[in-house]
Design a protein around this ligand. Structure first.
Ligand code: ZN
Length: 133
């Protein structure tokens, strides 16, 4: 039986991700409910197409830099700390501004989440080594 976890290390974004790099985590982590990509776009770079999705919503999390996102024709600024949910059918494109843009994109099947931590978590009896008593 395999372990109940998988782990990868992408290092620091600007250290390991260079020149418009994208690292997909899904296969390496054997994700079953989402796809996560780690993206770095150099200053001024942009996706050369507009795209939408059939079933998946996307959450873009900007961890460094700034850029622009276009969703259904509306263009707006995004920067470090911006977190944007984009519905599947929305037409989107992204562009990095002068300092480059580092972001995480999480794809999940829209409407698949029926509950979350508050209802899903179970407090167990076992202890980690750092727990006293
Ligand atoms: Zn997408």
């Amino acid at each position: 039986m395999g372990k109940n976890y998988s782990m990868m290390n992408i290092g620091t974004f600007k250290g390991n991700l260079t020149e418009n790099e994208r690292v997909m985590a899904g296969k390496e982590l054997a994700l079953t409910g989402s796809e996560i990509s780690f993206n770095y776009m150099q200053a001024g770079q942009y996706t050369p197409f507009v795209h939408s999705h059939k079933q998946n919503e996307e959450v873009y999390i900007v961890v460094n830099g700034s850029g622009k996102l276009m969703v259904d024709g509306e263009e707006f600024e995004i920067q470090t700390g911006s977190v944007i949910r984009v519905a599947p059918a929305a037409e989107r494109a992204i562009k990095a501004e002068s300092g480059g843009l580092t972001f995480i994109c999480i794809q999940t099947h829209a409407n698949s989440l029926t509950q979350a931590t508050q209802d899903d978590a179970i407090i167990n009896e076992s202890k980690a080594s750092w727990m006293k008593g």
